[in-house]
Design a binder for this molecule. Structure first.
Ligand code: SF4
Length: 159
């Protein structure tokens, strides 16, 4: 059975920086949960950051640097979380990931610009980028149609 690595906050786990979740209520998610497809993971918590925590943004990309709102360098925790996400994905044989958009860890297309002024810039979060680098496609919550298409193709390959 194909597994999907999923942002734990989508599943109601209160692991966001503000101690809240980002519950994704969708019949498909419920179905995948019941069928055992879902593997929840929060890279920031796995990387050793507490909840709640100060929000953080990517300030530079090459090399990557992540700084929180009070100026602390949290890059090591973000990198550790990304590494553990890849390990987890490989361990469970995940075919892909469904991750929260715009997060400095999980965002797959854009993140905030590092100035904490609400401006988005193109580019992936640290974990999303690492998963993609290891050949694991990452979708966000607005790309469920593409994810379904991808999963259908995966199942067809198995059949
Ligand atoms: Fe959710 Fe990812 Fe942020 Fe964890 S790091 S709270 S899984 S968006």
């Amino acid at each position: 059975m194909k597994k999907i690595l999923m942002s734990a906050c989508f599943l109601g786990q209160k692991v966001r920086y503000d101690g809240q979740d980002s519950l994704l209520e969708h019949p498909l998610i419920q179905q995948w949960k019941e069928e055992g497809h879902i593997v929840p993971f929060c890279p920031e918590v796995a990387g050793g950051l507490p909840t709640p925590r100060h929000p953080a943004e990517i300030t530079t990309r090459h090399p990557v640097m992540v700084v929180n709102l009070i100026g602390e360098d949290v890059t090591p925790q973000f990198l550790q979380g990304a590494e553990l996400a890849v390990e987890k994905a490989k361990e469970v044989g995940a075919c892909c990931a469904l991750l929260k958009s715009r997060s400095p860890s999980c965002g797959n297309r854009e993140t905030y610009n590092g100035n904490f002024d609400g401006t988005l810039v193109p580019g992936s979060g640290v974990t999303a980028a690492e998963l993609q680098r290891h050949g694991i496609p990452v979708f966000n919550e607005r790309e469920l149609d593409q994810l379904v298409e991808f999963m259908t193709m995966q199942e067809a390959d198995v059949a």
